[in-house]
Design a protein around this ligand. Structure first.
Ligand SMILES: O=P(O)(O)OC[C@H]1O[C@](O)(CO)[C@@H](O)[C@@H]1O
Length: 549
């Protein structure tokens, strides 16, 4: 593997960027009526319009060359083929096996994992059917009405995001709650609104050793046992989702109530596994399998399409163009789809935990910027909050806009208003408003002289701000599956080019280690002196404030 900044195409792109810096996108559109056709593509029911980026044929050719120089096609096959590409943890990366519908085996260490995958899916179906139909009853013989998923990170964000996104498909009369934070307020507020006789807790943790999750699970179990008066109630009200059978047993959950997944599924890629149990409970297993089918369809596209017609590859290359050549620190995701409200938060973990790395596979410092800061909120809300900066601020914020052609809820022409706003924003970002255009507008509004000149600079929009639009017919389980897989593969492609391991997360460990020592210091009555003065000061201030309250 090699340093991408040394690829000839990388160097050519640096020169090319200097030429592109002189060009306004509005002129690229004016001189090429076929620009949309040239820089848009369809795959698996999703249209990607990437024409509103500062690119030409040369840009895309050079970017594609980088992907070839990084041997992307080999890397794709290595991932799908079960090679241990997560080298720092010695693991295969096979979330794609969870949604594999080809009937072909997927081998890890010579063993086909597909029978295991299908076995757990069958158990999920039996269980979710039983809960949804009322066959599975709580300890006192009542039907389950509420599920509480206890998990954090990948054991929370996927279930939360997908459950919210597919609310329209949830028709079993169940209510879902999610508790992730060790802040007890979240658990206590949840327990305050559920009935112990009719609540099912899902404890989701890949490792089953995450303190936040275990503390919350213990609190929920204490509450349930107290409310129902017996430990026996746990069997009908607690299930676990994990790779760690021993720890699940040690916690006191019968393995008959455990849904397994495997170490070749990364936490942030685990929504396709039994971690999706709350989703399957809410929308039914048929719809959950539709979600997987959407992911599989994107996998097939990713594996088979040529790089220059490959949606995840194009999105990854555009990201590299903005991140590494235009110094864009962040990448925004604006779903013009209220159902996708948590999609940006989901992508934060997917992208930033995967590509927030600064050493290459061989342990050397990278020579380029890696993963951007991912952020975003649904439109139109964002327009009335932070879009000012995106349009006229000093920073370059490349953005993805996502929007459905049809709403699940056609109300008058409201959906067309949503679509219009989405398209208007990308047009405004691309075109901007020149000084002359602004002047004409002000004159038309009756302004003249000094007051016009004073206001004029504030009315100018620089434009030339890049965006891509993802357009899909409706937010169905299948479409959502394809969108998630699209971003997973985008992140993977970028990791391959930057030569970093997108599948480990050592950077989250240090804070975890230090929290243990700080916790014991906070629990003791002694004055704290062993840390730096800031940490000591904060800890001692806590003790003082607590003592005086
Ligand atoms: O599912 P687990 O093992 O509880 O881990 C939760 C999350 O914690 C992390 O390990 C980060 O601390 C994530 O990668 C993971 O999704």
């Amino acid at each position: 593997m090699s340093d991408c900044t040394q690829f000839p195409a990388w160097k050519e792109l640096r020169d090319h960027k200097r030429d592109m810096a002189k060009i306004q996108m509005r002129f690229l559109f004016a001189e090429d009526p076929k620009r949309f056709k040239r820089f848009s593509m369809d795959a698996v029911g999703i249209l990607l319009d990437y024409s509103k980026n500062r690119i030409t044929n040369t840009t895309m050719r050079l970017l594609t060359q980088i992907a070839l120089d990084a041997e992307l096609p080999n890397a794709i096959e290595a991932m799908f083929g079960g090679e241990k590409i997560n080298r720092t943890e010695g693991r295969a990366v096979l979330h794609t096996a969870l949604r594999n519908q080809s009937g072909n085996p997927v081998l890890v260490d010579g063993e086909d994992v597909m029978p295991l995958v299908r076995g757990v899916l069958a158990r999920m179906r039996a269980f979710t059917d039983a809960v949804r139909s009322g066959e599975w009853l709580g300890h006192t013989g009542k039907r389950i009405t509420d599920i509480v998923n206890i998990g954090i990170g990948g054991s929370d964000l996927g279930p939360v995001m997908v459950t919210q996104a597919l609310t329209y498909y949830a028709q079993a009369g169940l209510k879902a709650h999610f508790v992730s934070n060790v802040d007890p307020s979240q658990m206590m507020e949840t327990l305050a609104v559920v009935n112990p006789e009719t609540t099912l807790f899902i404890v989701a943790s890949k490792t089953f050793s995450t303190p936040e999750t275990l503390l919350n699970a213990q609190a929920a179990r204490r509450w349930l046992v107290k409310q129902l008066g017996t430990e026996k109630a746990v069997a009908k009200h607690f299930v676990a989702v994990s790779t760690n059978t021993k720890k699940v047993q040690a916690f006191g959950i019968d393995t008959a109530n455990m849904f397994e997944f495997w170490d070749w599924v990364g936490g942030r890629y685990s929504i396709w596994s039994a971690v999706g149990l709350p989703v399957a409970l809410m929308i039914g297993m048929d719809n959950f399998e539709e979600l997987q089918a959407g992911g599989y369809a994107m996998d097939e596209h990713f594996r088979s399409a040529p790089l220059e017609k490959n949606m995840p590859v194009i999105m990854a290359l555009l990201g590299i163009w903005h991140n590494d050549f235009w110094n864009a620190d962040s990448h925004a995701v604006f779903p013009y789809d209220q159902y996708l409200g948590r999609f940006p938060a989901y992508l934060q973990q997917l992208d930033m935990e995967s590509n927030g790395k600064s050493v290459t596979f061989d342990g050397k410092q990278v020579h380029c910027q890696t993963g951007p800061i991912i952020w975003g909120e649904p439109g139109c809300n964002g327009q009335h909050a932070f879009f000012q900066l995106v349009h006229q601020g000093t920073r370059l914020v490349p953005a993805d806009f996502l929007v459905a052609v049809e709403s699940h809820h056609p109300v008058e022409h409201q959906h067309e208003v949503l679509l219009s706003n989405c398209f208007a924003q990308t047009k405004a970002l691309m075109r901007g408003k020149t000084r002359d255009e602004a002047r004409v507008e002000l004159i038309r509004a009756g302004m003249t002289g000094d007051s016009l000149e004073a206001l004029l600079p504030h009315k100018v929009f620089p434009g030339n701000r890049p965006s891509s639009t993802l357009l899909y017919r409706k937010l169905t389980p299948r479409t959502l599956g394809s969108l998630i897989a699209l971003y997973e593969h985008k992140v993977f492609v970028q990791g391959v080019i930057w030569n970093i391991n997108s599948f480990d997360q050592w950077g989250v460990e240090l804070g975890k280690q230090l929290a243990g020592a700080i916790e014991s210091g906070l629990l003791s009555d002694e004055r704290v002196t062993e840390h730096d003065s800031s940490t000591n000061g904060l800890m001692n201030a806590c003790k003082r404030m607590r003592a005086s309250s």
